[in-house]
Write a protein that binds this ligand. Structure first.
Ligand code: AMP
Length: 396
């Protein structure tokens, strides 16, 4: 299989599927450019090899064709700043505007196509649409890890038109290498920390992790479903009553597989879901009526820290408390700090999934962990053990 590191780009036009799905404010300004930054190395690689780059991406969820708010022209300026080059823009990703702009493109130049999702054919994985996109370039590079779990026209179907000229971008290569390092070749002990609000959305991941990890730390809202399943009183905490049998299954499976399941044993509870509510430190098995578990308590922070800091491989997904409220962010901050300390001592740490990435950035610790994934849903599906269409399209 050819890789981006040995491909000869000289005189070639590379169609690069990137993930420029960035958050915009009401004035269409980018509020977080992480994804744009992440795509830059691949673009520079093609340009320095003597090629030209045609960038294609989606932005937002336009449902009824073109709309100003989701135009990729809002991202163009940031790409120019980061590359230090002018970027041409085609007002449609197919048809005459795209064909003319692509035909005129010279080596060393960059063209950004308008939002792929202005055409419903993109998400439908339409082959004729993929063929039109493919006709614009000589090769296809997939660097959009964030959409690798979707079999869309530009993320997977397009591969059919480039049987010998399809490559992973550098971001994709890093993402895949990081997840594989954790899931396929973990140095032990391997600890996964799962948080977030619901056990139902994490069940498949937890089950898959039970075959791999030495320690599974559970925090966040999902813990109360486990406490109730064990016969505890969880007050007004988030609790999925229909998932109590599932929680029991997970605990039993962990026991059978010899996984050390570490559940929060001390909770910061509040009498309201807000930052100003009264708080108490309680046993998560005995939360008073009207009170809800909002964060892990200091004793649980210490327990989690001991396990995390004795680990050689760490995977973290999901906050262990309602970290959006500063008063309930201490537990999530403590987890992030423990991971940073373990990393400083030589552990490999992978952080992924929207909220844990937001948390690690909020605490300013993103440079002190080994890898922060750009893929939310894609990362979670990959950890679940699902083959992602955007990866299979290149490997297959
Ligand atoms: P998820 O999308 O499932 O990863 O959940 C992330 C959300 O879980 C965040 O918005 C947190 O505020 C929330 N969360 C974490 N701990 C709790 C808790 N104890 N009670 C309610 N929500 C929580």
């Amino acid at each position: 299989m050819k890789t981006i590191n040995d491909y000869d780009f000289k005189g070639k036009k590379a169609l690069v599927r990137v993930d420029f799905n960035v958050p915009l404010d009401s004035l269409s300004r980018i509020t977080d450019d992480t994804r744009v930054r992440a795509a830059i190395p691949t673009i520079q690689k093609v340009l320095s090899g003597g090629g030209a780059v045609i960038l294609m991406s989606h932005l937002g969820r336009p449902k009824k064709g073109p709309e100003e708010a989701s135009s990729l022209k809002h991202v163009r300026g940031r790409v120019e700043e980061l590359l230090g080059l002018p970027v041409k823009f085609a007002a449609d990703c197919i048809g005459v505007p795209a064909r003319e702009a692509a035909a005129a493109l010279q080596p060393g130049e960059v063209l950004l196509l308008e939002n792929l999702r202005f055409h419903p054919e993109e998400e439908k994985g339409d082959e004729a649409f993929a063929r039109e996109l493919a006709s614009l370039g000589d090769l296809w590079i997939n660097d959009a890890f964030g959409t690798a779990h979707r079999a869309h026209a530009s993320t997977a179907i397009i591969a059919r038109f480039f049987p010998d000229d399809k490559l992973f971008g550098l971001l994709m290569m890093n993402e895949i290498a990081s997840v594989d390092k954790v899931m396929l070749h973990p140095e032990r002990p391997f600890t996964a920390i799962m948080g977030g609000s619901k056990v139902s959305s994490k069940i498949n991941i937890i089950m898959n992790l039970l075959d791999k990890v030495d320690n599974l730390i559970l925090g966040g809202g999902m813990v109360y479903t486990f406490m109730k399943a064990r016969g505890g009183q969880v007050g007004a905490s988030v609790c999925e009553n229909d998932k109590l049998p599932l929680a029991l299954d997970i605990m039993e499976a962990a026991g059978k597989k010899g996984v050390n399941l570490v559940l929060s044993h001390q909770t910061v509870a509040s009498d309201g879901f807000n930052n100003e509510a009264n708080t108490r430190i309680v046993d998560p098995m005995q939360i008073p009526d009207g009170w809800m578990g909002m964060d892990i308590g200091p004793a649980t922070r210490d327990t989690f820290a001991r396990v995390i800091e004795a680990s050689r491989t760490i995977l973290w997904n999901g906050p262990v408390g309602v970290f959006e409220f500063p008063r309930f962010a201490a537990g999530t901050r403590a987890v992030a700090e423990s991971i940073a300390r373990a990393t400083a001592n030589g552990a490999f740490s992978l952080i992924g999934g929207g909220d844990s990435v937001a948390a690690i950035n909020q605490f300013g610790l993103e440079k002190q962990v080994s890898y922060v994934s750009t893929g939310g849903g894609a990362l979670l599906e990959y950890i679940e053990g699902i083959e992602l269409p955007g990866i299979a399209a290149i490997r297959g």
